[in-house]
Design a protein around this ligand. Structure first.
Ligand code: FAD
Length: 287
């Protein structure tokens, strides 16, 4: 089933994100992780992809596990950085051959030795236009409530986002954020820029103190004071930090749904038990 239809037909959706094992690592325990997530009956599951094509084979394997083995619609990430036209075409053919018709199209982060994207498709919008030429796919893209780290201003970033949507991006999943007001503000600005595709709100449960620095660097977000207080208080008590992180993510989701943001995406970090705790807390909301 296409994600565009799922987003249209269901009042509330909850999707889960997984990352594949490293290319050299075999499939490890990923089948168990996929099964654990699938048991939560998410609306769909997405599988990330390493930049530069690294790991795209494992992305395909995990996507097959999600959709063909566990029967959950799968969204395959596809990253353009450093890849040729032929390499992207081959990946699209592989997805088609496996009946995968949902793609999250991304430019990808530039590796440290690269100052600009050497791949054939410079921006996600270029990749998205090509994907539509090559097949009948539902195509999503990323968006950044705090602004993308390379963008000069949020205004410019929104102009680029409009180009992405005009190129055929049919839904947007947000980078993680920890203050819902940032998302509400962003969505207001999106509408003013004429961007009105469905937005899926990306929620990252921060349940261990080691994740924190990396996560805030990645999201480009300042640590909200309410969150900082939790980290300061509980970061040296792993069980308390886990519980507090689950509660924080749960509250964020309840507030989003109460304010009409009905599509929620949980960055699971391959921990189905954390996603389960959140979904158990919302059992009367996600029915
Ligand atoms: P783009 O939309 O191409 O934007 C990149 C930058 O270029 C932005 O600053 C934008 O303002 C600017 N820009 C865009 N279009 C134009 C234009 N026409 N002219 C001038 N400037 C322009 N990374 C991975 O490696 N693997 C993953 O699986 C992955 N999954 C992700 C999932 C989500 C939901 C999100 C939000 C991000 C994900 N990322 C992933 C990270 C992403 O690849 C990086 O954030 C990357 O730096 C930007 O990718 P993009 O597709 O948003 O790029």
């Amino acid at each position: 089933m296409k994600i565009t239809d799922i987003l249209k037909e269901r009042e509330i959706t909850v999707s889960l994100e997984l990352f594949p094992p490293k290319p050299t690592a075999g499939l490890g325990n990923i089948q168990k992780v996929v099964r654990g997530c699938a048991e939560l009956k998410p609306s769909f599951m997405s599988v990330t992809c390493g930049a530069g094509g690294g790991g795209s084979a494992n992305t395909l394997e995990v996507v097959k596990e999600v959709q063909q083995v566990n029967g959950i619609p799968a969204l395959a990430h596809l990253v353009a950085v450093a890849l040729s036209r032929e390499e992207i075409s081959a990946m699209l053919n592989d997805l088609k051959a496996q009946g995968i018709n949902n793609i999250m199209a991304l430019r990808g982060d530039l590796p440290p030795n690269m100052t600009e994207n050497t791949g054939y498709y410079k921006y996600a919008s270029d990749l998205i236009a090509e994907i539509h030429k090559q097949g009948d796919f539902a195509v999503g893209g990323g968006c950044y409530p705090e602004g993308h780290q390379e963008a000069e201003t949020l205004h410019k970033d929104l102009e680029h986002l409009k180009i992405k949507v005009d190129a055929g991006c049919q839904f947007l999943t947000t980078q993680m954020f920890f203050d819902n007001n940032v998302l509400y503000n962003f969505m207001f600005r999106m509408l003013k820029h004429g961007i009105d595709v469905p937005v899926v709100a990306g929620i990252m449960p921060v349940t261990n103190a080691r994740q924190i620095d990396r996560i805030f660097k990645l999201s480009g977000a300042p640590v909200p004071p309410r969150f900082k207080a939790i980290v300061d208080r509980f970061s040296d008590n792993p069980k308390a930090m886990r519980q507090a992180g689950i509660a924080y993510a749960t509250e964020q989701i309840i507030d989003l749904i109460a304010n009409g943001i009905n599509n929620i995406h949980i960055y699971t970090m391959n921990k189905p038990e954390i996603a389960k705790s959140i979904m158990d807390n919302l059992s009367e909301i996600f029915v």
